[in-house]
Design a protein around this ligand. Structure first.
Ligand code: FES
Length: 106
């Protein structure tokens, strides 16, 4: 599957996230300074919108029930058995991009 451009890097302020719909999926895109991270936008707990969660010190808190994930790894903060799917993000021509076949589901 080809690389897809999700959103312009300039549209995301550092320390925040955005929900982006592309290729029939919902992605959660986060920015920390000049680092960008992309997780599945659907919380593995009960489907909450991870892209609309609060980001603090690299941890996103789901707005529905408060589960927390490391946005760099997708790892749940309390359980080693829970991990949100993530995709390595690149910035090309100012756009945050992912390649879906590189999904690191776990
Ligand atoms: S749906 Fe995300 S914490 Fe419940």
């Amino acid at each position: 599957m080809p690389k897809i451009a999700l959103i312009a890097a300039s549209e995301i302020a550092s320390g925040t996230g955005r929900e982006v719909v592309a290729e029939g999926r919902i992605f959660a895109v986060y920015r920390q300074d000049e680092e960008f991270h992309v997780l599945d936008g659907i919380c593995p707990h009960a489907g909450g919108p991870l892209g609309k969660g609060t980001l603090q010190s690299g941890i996103v808190t789901c707005p529905w029930h408060g589960w927390q994930f490391d946005v760099e790894t997708g790892q749940h903060c309390l359980s080693s058995e829970i991990c949100a799917a993530r995709w390595p993000a690149t910035v090309e021509d100012g756009m945050i991009c992912v390649t879906l076949e590189n999904a690191a589901d776990s």
